[in-house]
Design a protein around this ligand. Sequence first.
Ligand code: ATP
Ligand code: MG
Length: 608
Amino acid sequence: MDERGIKDYDELLERAKDIEWFWGEIAKELDWFKPWDRVLEWNPPFAKWFVGGKINIVHNALDRYMKTPHRDKLAYIWEGDPGDTRKLTYGDLYEDVNRLTNALRGLGVRKGDRIMIYLPMIPELPISMLACAKIGAIHSVIFSGFSAAALKERINDAGAKIVITADGGYRRGKVVPTKRNTDEALGDAPSVEKVIVVRRTGEDIEMIRGRDLWWHELLKDQPAMADTEIMDSEDILYILYTSGTTGRPKGVVQVHGGYAVQIYNTLKWVFDLKEDDIWWCTADVGWVTGHSYIVYAPLILGVTSVMFEGTPDYPEPDRWWSIVERYKVTVLYATPTAIRMFMKFREKWPAKHDLSSLRLLGAVGEPINPEAWVWYYEFIGRGRCQIMDTWWQTETGSFLVSPLPITPLKPGSATKPLPGIEADVFDGNGNPIVGKGGYAVIKTPWPAMLRTLYKDPERYKEVYWTRFPGVYLAGDAARKDDDGYFWFQGRLDDVLSVSGHRLGTMEIESALVSHPAVAEAAVIGKPHEVKGEAVKAFVILRQGRSPSEELEKDLKEWVAKEISPIARPDEIEFVKSLPKTRSGKIMRRVLKAKELGQALGDVSTLED
Ligand code: ATP
Ligand code: MG
């Protein structure tokens, strides 16, 4: 930005309030087939960015590198759950994408068709997404751990023509039967014409004649060159169903232009990625984190990424640290859930490995409680690496509130909105408030914002834009402090009201986890005659600690002391596990429904 005569970050934040100027400048850093006529067309709540511009995200992620030395640079260092590895250069990726592009075109796939991708974390997953985007077909990736029922529901919502899957995937040494699930789902999914099957595990599976095609046979004779469809910047890139922590999943719609611009910019600035970085985003590509920051943004930036099929603690709790050491990962992006799991196993596991390649850390998915923050900082970053706590959502497409490496940090805070983003905290009447919990909102549109919910613009309006007209309601509770720093407190639905005091479940959980005996905690509110709601906590203890009445009393006092006597749990239950979404988030509504003997609702996204 220096060339634009901006002296420092504060001045940049100030100038970036002119969002059309700011995003217009950033967008010039990408390759466009035709420049836009207007940066923004805003008919609340519907935004169009880079109107009239022609682009294809895949041209920016792959094609344009083919005449540069980048062609031979590694795009992915991949490791499978069993320990097998593959390395793909940008050139390799480009050729595979082209082969699949040709094969899909041969099957009649055209711009606008929907393709379901139900694959484990193998290189064929990004290859499939990129091939769809290259054609202008719309991909919808379904996390490979989802059940047949969850897959069917999403296939039917999207009206998909083709499903790309594998015979199976590996998870903790066991096979995940993706093909069998697909067969089951397709019993009741009439839109699907063909199923493309990657051979991953060599499982004995049934191939249905006329419908099922082996990936390797289909691609064998395809040319390694293919044309890239020229897309309008507002043409749909993908549909991604949200993880479903709060209810029925929503089909979030993203487009080629604005999305490319903002994910590229945020990855570049927040993690300050350079030519020789080895970037590892540990999410699954089935989540938005993987879409934006394993597939599209790192490729647009031209960096090398690590991609890992397995789980953090298999076969041993040092799997991740061994990967960091072996591939010399420089920037690691993980979830607080994973960090808390590692805390439970204790420091001895990372201590076995040389983690000196790391220079920066990141967190996403939930508020990171200060205890986990400090542990991450000390035992993984070894006191040398800042932690970028990035707040965002499937709907936002890219980081919105996050530090940059130069931002002074406060552990547990995602700091401030990024340049070009106007976030705030409102009270119930839509007035900005400071120092108190309220509704997290975004006041101006941003390029990677969802365009709508697929086939459901009414739900889009109602969920995000009705509470405060013309303002985006994130659905999270947050507090802004005197320095303008944001403290996300969890979901609005998870906020408790105890004797007239509003308490974030996260706040109480964070206090519990700061007790030396506690590994994880989940808090719910139970109806209470006097107090309105009473606090109930579910607690997982650290290794080596066991439940006792004394500990229970101790924990209650601890919370009273850490937060306030109002927050003191009425009940504590020691448990071995907590219900989580497959993206690792605690499903408090499931705990609550079970506790109160109510119906569980949609549990298609539940891990166990
Ligand atoms: P659904 O909307 O279907 O219920 P979900 O909200 O869990 O599912 P995601 O879009 O994957 O689906 O998650 C976004 C949410 O994750 C945010 O709204 C917020 O509650 C939480 N979150 C993400 N990053 C952070 C962060 N850095 N700090 C605090 N909370 C975060
Ligand atoms: Mg959400």
